[in-house]
Design a protein. Sequence first.
Length: 279
Amino acid sequence: MDRTTGGRCDVGRTLGVHDIVAEAVLVAGGGRAILLQIAHPAVGRGVVDHSDFAADPLGRLRSTLTFVYATVYGSPDEVAAVQRAVNRAHAPVRAASPSGDGPAYNAFDPQLQLWVAATLYDSAVTTYEGVFGPLDSESADRIYSEYSVLGTVLQVPPGLWPADRGAFAAYWAATLPTLKVTPGTRAVAQQVLHGRNLPLWLRSVMPLGRLATAGLLPVPLRVEFGLPWNRRRQRRFDRLMRLTAVVYPHLPGWLRHRPRDLLLRRLRRSITASRSARS
């Protein structure tokens, strides 16, 4: 399958993180990333105890996308602004297990930040390849290397990011069996996937979002989260991915990159307003 970026055919060109992150279709992998994150016992406990997922899921999505877009495409000032926002959000999220038998949670723990960054990377690439086809080895290596910047902004020490895709695959394979879904994280997942506090227009597409999330998740986690699945749903998921792969790459670049452009514009206005308020 031909890969396209900004309406141009990119066959034969080595792609980088700048070429894929702007694609709006990657938002379809957001639910997968969130569920992978909260399935980590310590992250899940922090989310259940402190998160505003249920209260403001759209705000959470905007914040995550703004963080990713600014980290990849933003100026140093914009990267600093999203880093400060992440740190403010994480500052109060520290807790020890009250019973002593569960994982403590500190939002600044580099190992937990590594897992969050890893889920963003793996979900983006999984979704991208599901639509555009497999990346060639050079593009895959370059994108992986460049994705480490997300971890760095999340305060993951550079040496903690696995050195290459092989090392990442080993880290991923070793971490997946340690994931555990609890009643609390299962409830959070239901709140995220059903989006009762979302605008009506967004709620109308949530059935497709739930289908994509369940279809993209590793099967054991899909089962643990209690997401319904059968042959009929598998066929619907396969049709959805085939249709997206046919239609989406031929959409104009301005439309495919619209979320990035809107959220970066909003971030820049916020930074300008903040500077004006201080002067």
